[in-house]
Design a protein around this ligand. Structure first.
Ligand code: NAD
Length: 724
């Protein structure tokens, strides 16, 4: 085949260079994916082109008894489809044709007379697994890097190269549905247990064992599925029940915002009875439909934003900074305990200090508990449990911290206390050891003032709960050096977090945007909007939690403190509502005190019964749902434009990423700015102008809804904040 439908990358190498065939013995062919233009092989147009040629040649070779498909290294098989390609295709026909080409290619592989074995390792997602499923057997390395699965629904599409058909036939409908709907990537042992792969081996034996299986010298029986599983797949009633339950689960999780899981359910349920001629068409149709949806494009853009963030952990020439070996964490409360535990779990030796021995004891117990859960779920081995426990030491004072190469303080949010703690660490530690603060509202520059070598002082703002929240804002002070920023970002990445670099401004980025959003919610509540309705409209919008529920979760005192510091930092447009004062006076602080907007008695929180006594009904209670959403979301959007205009983050992609990972801003919108761009910046400017004139229950917020200058400019120009 000369041409393929997938977009050809600009740096496409010459035909025949991406797939190599080795013949270690006359009847055996080893097909190696080794594209010269990729540091990691990807199923892009040049690779598909060359694989087609190779497969056609091998099909014609009647002397062959075995064929092994493998990567250039045991941990580099193939990274699935070229996601850049998915993002760039706008014509559904291109998706459809590409699916049919890949179906044809994989069907040819499935029909080869020689015995085929996929020898896989490292990431084996999506198209890489679909190719493997077309082979007679799959052998995988038991290496930690091996991750096998079909994550397409996470990108707004479905497995479209045979996966939504071949996986259910291999492992049964219920297991395949779970794998495809969660998009989970399994380690080799789990994949073997599920029946996705046939054998696990050490990386150094991968090709040898695969070759022996391909040549029939080594038995490799396929795990048989029990009769019960086969019966379920053939029973229309059972399938209908499974389908109903799956749809209900997706409804609850996504509120119907993502079309891909529903398409996946339909295809997987139909797999056991589908005829060969129909499944391929249905799969290709579904990909053609889904691939061009805004949801798919938004999810792909987040994927790329995340990939871009990974580059922050490397220097300008791609060099990696020295890995942090020993870290000091001061403050063992909510945040410090979480930070210390995550560091220890990721291989850093940690010394954790606190004035309170009770806090230290609690932190150690929490660390042990977290690891125990992981061990009991077999996510870590016993030796990893022991090692992670050993790596975290609780120490009185700053004993032994002088040897650490990185320190992070998570003590009380008081400037003098933080300065004192970092000052003491600076005296003990080497001049180039990094001093980080987890402050959420103080200025990093103010903290760094008078510390020796301020170039090594930086903000590392984790979110609560630390083990779960994926974002870390890296706050660069005036004096912070590039090398310190890079090394801190590299540490965040090592902890499995996504770093976003921010300037040292009040609230940094995420809290600065949450401020006006939550404040608008409080104003609407005080104005008489039913609290459950407020939370519901934002859940319907796609937020993971309603704003009032979020206030309870964060703590009404913390939110109040943040609102005050934003007001001090930005002036009138951040004037906080006085609606929470009585909550604060009554020490009604949300979840931590058992009562806020909701009653928290364990189990599902219930709405507090006395909330109407906090309301001063006004016209806002008659506003429609869309208007309520606009008041909250556009207050935040306008502030995001201002932050972008001030260069708080480097680019719109970073801002979008921070909103998705730091506040759970609906991923199907692709981030806050992308949401606005898709809706139309001119429409938003008009809406803001109208809101700026609308009456407010607590008087005006001068400036909050006045369109940011860069927004007006972008609306009048390209309609986007990004350079094309
Ligand atoms: P916390 O009150 O739970 O813990 C603070 C701990 O610091 C306490 O255990 C206290 O004993 C200890 N401490 C105070 N002074 C000390 C000193 N001089 N030396 C050693 N230990 C000392 O507070 P937290 O919620 O973990 O917050 C800590 C920091 O993280 C604050 O700067 C806060 O703004 C920031 N932060 C908090 C959150 C959050 O949601 N809680 C989120 C992001 C950032």
């Amino acid at each position: 085949m000369d041409t393929v439908s997938l977009p050809m990358p600009a740096n496409a190498p010459a035909p025949g260079t991406c797939v190599r065939v080795e013949r270690p013995e006359p009847a055996l062919a080893i097909v190696v994916f080794d594209p010269p233009h990729r540091s990691f092989p990807v199923f892009d147009a040049p690779l598909v082109r060359d694989l087609r040629t190779v497969v056609d040649t091998l099909r014609a070779d009647k002397s062959l008894r075995g064929i092994v498909f493998t990567g250039r290294k045991p941990d580099q098989f193939l990274a699935g489809a070229d996601i850049e390609g998915i993002g760039s295709i706008t014509d559904p026909e291109v998706f459809r044709r590409a699916c049919h080409e890949l179906h044809d290619l994989f069907n040819t592989i499935a029909g080869l007379e020689a015995r085929t074995v996929a020898a896989v390792g490292g990431p084996v997602p999506g198209g890489a697994l679909e190719l493997s499923l077309a082979c007679d057997r799959i052998v995988a390395t038991d290496d930690r890097s091996t991750r096998i699965g079909l994550p397409e629904t996470q990108l707004g599409i479905i497995p479209g190269w045979g996966g939504s058909h071949r996986l259910p036939l291999r492992i049964g409908v219920p297991a395949a549905l779970d794998a495809i709907l969660t998009g989970r990537l399994f380690d080799a042992r789990k994949a073997q247990k599920l029946g996705i792969i046939d054998r696990v081996t050490k990386p150094e034996y991968l090709v040898r064992i695969a070759s022996d299986i391909a040549m029939g010298r080594m038995p490799c029986p396929r795990k048989t599925r029990g009769l019960k599983s086969v019966f379920v797949d053939r029973n229309p009633l059972a399938l209908a029940l499974i389908g109903r339950k799956a749809r209900k689960g997706v409804d609850a999780k996504t509120r119907g915002k993502y079309p891909a899981p529903y398409e996946a359910i339909q295809l997987v349920l139909g797999a056991p009875s589908a005829r060969h001629s129909t499944w391929a068409t249905s799969e290709a149709d579904a990909v053609a439909k889904l691939g061009v949806t805004p949801e798919c494009k938004a999810l792909v853009s987040i994927f790329f934003g995340n990939e871009k963030a990974k580059a922050l952990g490397k220097g300008p020439d791609g060099e990696r900074p020295a890995a942090v070996e020993h870290a000091a964490v001061v403050g063992a409360g909510t945040m410090g305990a979480g930070i210390a535990s995550v560091l220890a779990q990721k291989g850093v030796r940690v010394r954790l200090a606190d004035l309170s021995s009770e806090a230290l004891g609690k932190a150690l117990a929490g660390h042990r508990k977290d690891l125990s859960v992981k061990k009991s779920r077999r996510r870590i081995q016993a030796y990893e449990f022991d090692a992670a426990i050993d790596r975290l030491d609780a120490v009185p004072g700053t004993i032994g911290m002088g040897l650490c190469d990185f320190a992070i303080e998570a003590v009380a949010e008081v400037l003098e206390v933080k300065r004192k703690v970092l000052g003491a660490l600076a005296q003990d530690m080497a001049d180039d050891a990094i001093l980080a603060t987890n402050t959420s509202s103080l200025s990093v520059d103010a903290i760094a003032q008078d510390l020796p070598h301020p170039e090594r002082v930086i903000g590392m703002h984790f979110f609560n709960p630390v083990p779960k929240m994926p974002l870390v804002e890296i706050i660069r002070g005036h004096a912070t050096s590039d090398a310190v920023v890079t090394r801190t970002a590299a540490l965040a990445l090592r902890l499995g977090k996504t770093p976003v670099i921010c300037r040292d401004v009040p609230g940094f980025l995420v809290n600065r945007l949450l401020g006006p959003y939550l404040d608008e919610a409080v104003r609407l509540f005080v104005g008489g909007v039913e609290p459950l309705r407020l939370d519901r409209v934002m859940l319907d919008f796609g937020m993971p939690m309603g704003p009032l529920a979020l206030l309870d979760e964060v703590g009404i005192d913390i939110a109040g403190h943040a609102a005050t510091s934003l007001h001090e930092g930005y002036g009138e447009r951040m004037t906080p509502s006085d609606g929470l004062q009585r909550f604060l006076d009554d020490k009604r602080l949300g979840k931590k005190s058992g009562l806020g907007f909701y009653q928290h008695k364990g189990g599902k929180p219930e709405l507090a019964t006395d909330l109407d006594s906090f309301q001063r009904p006004s016209g806002v209670s008659s506003l429609g749902d869309d208007e309520l959403v606009d008041r909250m979301v556009l207050a935040m959007f306008n502030e995001a434009c201002r932050a972008l205009g001030e260069g708080v983050v480097e680019n719109p992609e970073a801002l979008d990423l921070a909103t998705v990972f730091g506040m759970g801003f609906a991923p199907f919108h692709g981030g806050l700015l992308r949401y606005g761009e898709r809706r139309g910046l001119s429409t938003i400017v008009e809406r803001l102008q109208a809101l700026a004139k609308a009456p407010d229950v607590q008087g005006r917020n001068p400036g909050r809804f006045d369109p940011a200058p860069n927004l007006t400019q972008a609306a009048a120009g390209s309609g986007s904040f990004r350079s094309k």
